[in-house]
Write a protein that binds this ligand. Structure first.
Ligand SMILES: [Mn+2]
Length: 341
C-alpha cells in the first residue's frame, strides 16, 4: 500500500476531521478514470459529512453518466458563475487525474486564484500544478486505484460501499483497457478483488461502458477504419483523421471517437498510432504506442501535449492537411526509434 505512513496523509487526515466545503475536480474531456475517481471520492467524502461539489471542466459522454453521484456533478461550461463561486469559497480542492494546468481548461484560473488547500491525486508523470499536497504515483494503473489507497490510508475502509466501489472499478477498468495494459502490478488486482467484495457487478459495468454506443457511432467506426486510416509500414505507424464535415455526417457526439486511437495498434507490427479530430478552432490529437516509444515526449515536443509514456494527447492550430503533413514530415526523424520500439 503506497500511501500508508505518509506525512502528507496524516496532515490531510487531520484536515478532514473538520467538516469542510470541498471541491473535487478533474480534467477536461473527462474519461472513465476521471469521472470514476471524482465520484468515488465524492461518495466517500459525502459520507464523512462534508459539503462536497464535484465539478468538471466540460461535459462527458453518456456512457459515463450512470455512476452513482452523477446527478450532483457541475459542468463548469454550463454553470460558470456558480462553479466560480463554489471554487472561490471552498476549503479544500481535490485535483484528480491530471497535473498540468492546461488540462483544467477554463476552470484553471478559478482553481489557481482560490485560497483553498489543494490536494492533487494523480498518476501522470511530471506534475506541474502548484498544490499543497501532491500525491503523484506513476506506477499505479489509474487515479481510481490511488483513490482506493487514499481512502484506505485516511482510514475509512468501512465507509467504502458498493456505490463507491462501482466508480473506482470503472476507472481501473477503463484506464487499463480492460486490464490489457498498465495493469501488471499485483496490487491492482488485489484492489479489484477488494472492490468485487463490495458486491459490484463487473460484467454489468463493462456492458454499461462498452455496449452503450449509438448506431451512428458504430457506422462511424467502420468508416474510419475503412476509409480514413492510413498505414505507414516503414514507420510501423498508422493514423486516422476525422473532419468536422465527416463528424456531422455521422451525428458525432462527444465521446464517440473514444477508443478509436487504439485500433491501429491491433495491426501486426504497428507500434505507433494517432487520431486527428478536427474541432472548431483546432485539431485534437490522441497518440498511442506499444513498447519503448514515448508518445508523451513526442507529443510534448511537436504537438503541445503530453500524458503517459504510451498514451498521450496533443493539439495543432494548423489545418487538418497541414497537421498531417507536419506529422508525416516528422516521422522520418523517429524511424530508428520506431523500428526498435
Ligand atoms: Mn487516469
Amino acid at each position: 500500500m503506497i500511501l500508508k505512513n505518509n506525512n502528507e496523509i496524516t496532515e490531510i487526515r487531520n484536515l478532514l476531521k473538520k467538516q469542510s466545503k470541498i471541491v473535487i475536480t478533474t480534467h477536461v474531456n473527462p474519461d472513465g478514470d476521471a469521472v470514476g475517481s471524482m465520484l468515488g471520492l465524492y461518495g466517500y467524502l459525502k459520507r464523512g459529512g462534508h459539503e462536497v461539489y464535484p465539478i468538471v471542466p466540460n461535459e462527458y459522454p453518456e456512457f459515463l453518466q450512470w455512476m452513482p453521484g452523477n446527478e450532483s456533478v457541475f459542468d463548469y461550461t454550463r454553470k460558470k458563475a456558480e462553479a466560480n463561486n463554489i471554487i472561490g469559497t471552498a476549503d479544500l480542492i481535490f485535483i484528480l487525474d491530471y497535473n498540468d494546468a492546461k488540462r483544467g481548461a477554463d476552470m484553471e484560473k478559478d482553481i489557481n486564484s482560490s485560497k483553498a488547500i489543494k490536494v492533487m491525486i494523480d498518476h501522470h508523470p511530471y506534475p506541474q500544478i502548484p498544490v499543497n499536497f501532491c500525491l503523484s504515483y506513476t506506477q499505479v494503473s489509474s487515479t481510481c486505484e490511488l483513490i482506493y489507497e487514499f481512502i484506505l490510508a485516511i482510514g475509512g475502509k468501512n465507509i467504502i460501499d458498493k456505490t463507491i466501489a462501482k466508480c473506482l472499478y470503472t476507472g481501473i477498468m477503463t484506464d487499463t483497457g480492460c486490464f490489457s495494459y498498465n495493469s501488471s502490478q499485483i496490487r491492482t488486482f488485489e484492489i479489484v478483488s477488494d472492490l468485487l467484495g463490495y458486491g459490484i457487478e463487473k460484467d454489468e459495468i463493462y456492458h454499461l461502458i462498452y455496449d452503450n454506443f449509438s448506431y451512428q457511432r458504430m457506422r462511424l467506426l467502420g468508416f474510419c477504419l475503412n476509409e480514413k486510416m492510413e498505414y505507414l509500414a516503414d514507420y510501423k505507424s498508422a493514423f486516422i483523421t476525422l473532419t468536422m464535415e465527416e463528424q456531422k455526417q455521422y451525428d458525432f457526439n462527444n465521446g464517440d471517437s473514444e477508443g478509436f486511437v487504439n485500433l491501429p495498434l491491433s495491426i501486426k507490427g504497428v507500434v505507433f498510432s494517432a487520431l486527428f479530430i478536427e474541432r472548431k478552432d483546432k485539431i485534437r490529437i490522441s497518440f498511442r504506442s506499444r513498447g519503448n516509444f514515448s508518445v508523451n515526449l513526442f507529443s510534448g515536443k511537436h504537438f503541445s501535449g503530453g500524458g503517459h509514456f504510451n498514451a498521450a494527447g496533443g493539439e495543432s492550430n494548423l489545418s487538418m492537411a497541414e497537421t498531417i503533413k507536419k506529422f508525416t514530415d516528422i516521422l522520418p526523424l523517429y524511424i530508428d526509434e520506431l523500428n526498435r520500439a
